[in-house]
Write a protein that binds this ligand. Structure first.
Ligand code: ZN
Ligand code: ZN
Length: 261
C-alpha cells in the first residue's frame, strides 16, 4: 500500500509498476485458464501456432504496461485524496444503481471500442497500429491483449476517464473488469463456450461472443463491436456469425449427443 503523503511522481511510478504486474498476472491467469479449457475441449486447435503465441504474449506485456501505468496513480489518488467517483459504501447509492452502473460502463466501453476500432481499419491507422492485432491468424486465447501500444492506449483510457465522472461501487468495477477479461479472452478462443440456446437466441442476437468476433478476424470489414452488436446492427456492419465456429459448435454438440446416446 502506498502512503498518502508519497510524492505524486513516486506514487505514479510505484503504483504503475504494481498495477502493470497485476494486469500481466490477470492476463496469464485468464488466458491460461481458457488455454487449458481449449486443450481439453478442442485438443490441437492451436497446433503449430507457437511462434504466433509467443509474439502475442510479447505485445500483451507491452499493453499491460500501458493499461497498468495510469491505473496505479488513479487508485492512489482515490484512496488518499478523494479523486474519482468510485465508492465503497454500499448505501452511498441505490441498490438498483449497482447493475445499472456495470451496464453503463460496458455500454460506454463498447461504443468507444466500436468507433475507434472502425477508425483503426482505415488503411493508415491499420498499418500503423491495428495490424498487430490482426497478425493473429487465427486468433487464440493469447490474442486478447495483443495490441500495438497506440491501440492499447486508446483502449486503456476509457475506464480511467469514466471513474472520474460516473459513480461506481468498487466491487462493480471489479465485475466490469472480470467481464472485460473473460470476454476479451473467450472472443478470441477459436471456439464457442456459450451455449447454443444463448448464442442463437433473441438476446444472443445483441451479444458478442467468439462466434461473432471470429468473423471480424476472418473478414476484417465487419463486426467491429466489443460486447454488444448494437452499433454493428445500427450501422449495417454486422455480418452475423462465423460459419466455421457455428459449424464447429454444432459438430461438437452432435458428437456429445452421440457419446451420450
Ligand atoms: Zn480481435
Ligand atoms: Zn479489427
Amino acid at each position: 500500500m502506498i502512503p498518502g503523503e508519497t510524492p505524486i511522481w513516486l506514487a505514479a511510478l510505484a503504483g504503475g509498476a504494481a498495477m502493470t504486474a497485476m494486469v500481466a498476472a490477470r492476463y496469464f491467469l485468464t488466458s491460461g485458464v481458457f488455454a487449458f479449457a481449449t486443450q481439453r475441449r478442442r485438443p490441437g486447435l492451436y497446433a503449430g501456432l507457437g511462434v504466433q503465441i509467443a509474439r502475442e504474449i510479447r505485445w500483451s506485456m507491452l499493453a499491460a504496461l500501458i493499461y497498468g501505468a495510469p491505473t496505479g496513480l488513479i487508485i492512489w489518488g482515490w484512496r488518499h485524496h478523494g479523486w474519482t467517483q468510485i465508492y465503497s459504501d454500499w448505501s452511498a447509492h441505490s441498490l438498483w444503481y449497482l447493475p445499472l452502473s456495470v451496464f453503463l460502463y460496458l455500454v460506454v466501453q463498447d461504443s468507444w471500442f466500436y468507433w475507434s476500432h472502425r477508425a483503426m481499419h482505415r488503411p493508415r491507422l491499420f498499418r500503423l497500429a491495428h495490424a498487430v492485432h490482426h497478425a493473429s491468424r487465427p486468433p487464440t486465447v493469447w490474442t486478447a491483449m495483443s495490441f500495438h501500444p497506440i491501440e492499447a492506449a486508446s483502449g486503456a483510457i476509457v475506464i480511467p476517464i469514466l471513474v472520474f465522472f460516473v459513480p461506481i461501487h468498487i466491487a462493480m468495477l471489479g465485475v466490469v473488469l472480470i467481464v472485460a477479461s473473460v470476454m476479451g479472452v473467450t472472443n478470441h478462443m477459436g471456439w464457442e463456450i456459450f451455449p447454443r440456446w444463448l448464442v442463437h437466441s433473441r438476446l444472443g442476437g445483441w451479444l458478442i461472443t467468439a462466434s461473432h468476433h471470429e468473423r471480424h478476424h476472418e473478414e476484417y470489414r465487419c463486426n467491429y463491436g466489443l460486447y454488444f452488436r448494437f452499433w454493428d446492427r445500427v450501422c449495417g456492419t454486422d455480418r452475423g456469425l462465423s460459419l466455421r465456429i457455428v459449424a464447429d459448435a454444432e459438430a461438437h454438440r452432435r458428437s456429445a449427443q452421440g457419446v451420450r446416446a
